[in-house]
Write a protein that binds this ligand. Sequence first.
Ligand SMILES: [Zn+2]
Length: 145
Amino acid sequence: MPEPSPTDPALEDVADHLYVIFCDKLPYCGCGTPDAGYRLIHQILTLAPLYEDQRWQQVEALCGTPGAHQLVLAALNDADLLEHGSVISGSWLTDRGRWVLWAIEQIGGIDALEAVIDGPAGYPHDAEGCTDACFTIPAEAKPAP
Ligand SMILES: [Zn+2]
């Protein structure tokens, strides 16, 4: 079976950094249904800023219970994908969160993410530390929607 791998080195770099976010910065386990977790994260990031139009309520419904809502938003804030002021439920995107939405589009959308993470993606730069530059949308790129 051919791997769904992008052969473009720039796209490989994007895929490897998505791997860092979803398998290292966010709580992760390969058993169960990790793809359901990726999709939830993508939905929440797409809804941000969550203080607008009461969209935090949609996020709470997606999470199921107030406790799960709190933990998911805390994980997204810890991973530096969202940030918040006085109320975590009203979180908004960080630059890194914007990069994640952009990067998912680059690899073919959220439907492609599981195959990329399970397949060709792995730690970038021989697993040496990433910097903010790794998670910055290239200046020549089109901004995320
Ligand atoms: Zn990096």
